[in-house]
Design a protein around this ligand. Structure first.
Ligand code: ADP
Ligand code: MG
Length: 282
């Protein structure tokens, strides 16, 4: 069993910003606890999203296990980013269900409440504070964590410093702690932003094209980082770079026209004639 399943609950529950009253009725589990009793951390069923009649997601169903590292691939326009928008509450589905653990109905929670419940999202473009050092960026991310009551001016405890040092090591920036983020390479900025997410101790990380623009060496190191995060965290990674997907080694889901076309290890989906057709056949 993963240790994060036994974390103490956040200080307040229900979280701020629960979208409506029926949402509170869905949280019958112990206050603030993510219910992973069925080992599934994310469960989407028959999710449909339409934009002016066009179905960006079409009865999409998907289940991610706790601790899993899942890759999502698929042609442009397949609905990958829209799927992440649904999971994070940015887009409401027209129909279908989306659960985080057994009990948290994502279609009824606001974006801040979903982040607060433990879903962290990394967008494509790094958004670090360029004038601040790598260390300070992680410090700011930690202090912005609403689950912990602190002020921006509170002094760091030794424990806080240790946590920041741990994350700096994880993201391979321990030698660049005092460097302004603006002077880091593109890859290092991406790692720093992942570190900022990690400061909030998310259970599920969503990463949209994380290695776009990285050097081969940075891409390899990013794969190592993600593999090391799996287990403690669950990761859903959207990526086009097949060498990277291969290095991650997890199950691969192929999206096409808003639904799952194929699922399995990379070799089996790459050998699937339907997958070959959507990538090469048009
Ligand atoms: P992917 O990330 O797989 O490339 P997207 O999820 O971004 O695909 O987009 C899926 C489809 O939905 C595309 O055809 C896109 O043009 C359309 N789409 C996405 N967001 C919107 C929006 N806000 N309004 C209208 N159409 C959208
Ligand atoms: Mg996209």
């Amino acid at each position: 069993m993963n240790t994060f399943m036994r974390q103490s609950p956040p200080p307040e529950w229900p979280p701020e910003g629960v979208a409506d009253e029926s949402a509170s009725r869905a949280h019958v589990v112990k206050p603030g606890e993510l219910d992973l009793s069925h080992k599934v951390i994310l469960y989407l069923e028959d999710i449909t999203v339409s934009f002016d009649g066009f179905r960006a997601l079409n009865k999409l169903s998907l289940a991610i296990d706790a601790g899993e590292l899942r890759c999502i691939i698929g042609p442009n326009g397949a609905g990958k980013t829209t799927m992440m928008d649904v999971i994070t509450g940015k887009t409401r589905p027209d129909s279908g269900t989306a659960f985080f653990g057994q009990t948290l109905d994502l279609t009824r929670l606001t974006e801040p409440a979903i982040a607060h419940a433990g879903i962290g999202r990394k967008f494509q473009k790094p958004t670090v504070f360029e004038q601040h050092t790598a260390f300070e960026n992680l410090e700011l991310a930690m202090k912005a964590d609403k689950r912990v009551r602190r002020t921006l001016f509170a002094r760091l405890s030794d424990d806080d410093r240790d946590r920041i040092a741990d994350v700096l090591r994880q993201i391979r920036l321990e030698g660049a702690a005092d460097r302004p983020a603006g002077l880091l390479s593109h890859g290092q900025k991406q790692w720093l932003e992942i570190g900022m997410l990690l400061m909030q101790e998310p259970r599920l990380l969503l990463l949209d094209e994380p290695v776009a623009g990285m050097t081969d060496d940075e891409t390899e190191r990013t794969a190592e980082l993600f593999v090391s995060l799996a287990g403690k965290h669950s990761l859903v990674v959207v990526e086009h770079d097949m060498a990277f997907v291969e290095a991650l080694g997890g199950k691969v889901t192929v999206l096409c026209e808003g639904s799952v076309l194929a699922e399995g290890d990379l070799a089996s989906v790459q050998a699937d004639p339907r997958v070959i057709e959507v990538y090469l056949g048009r």
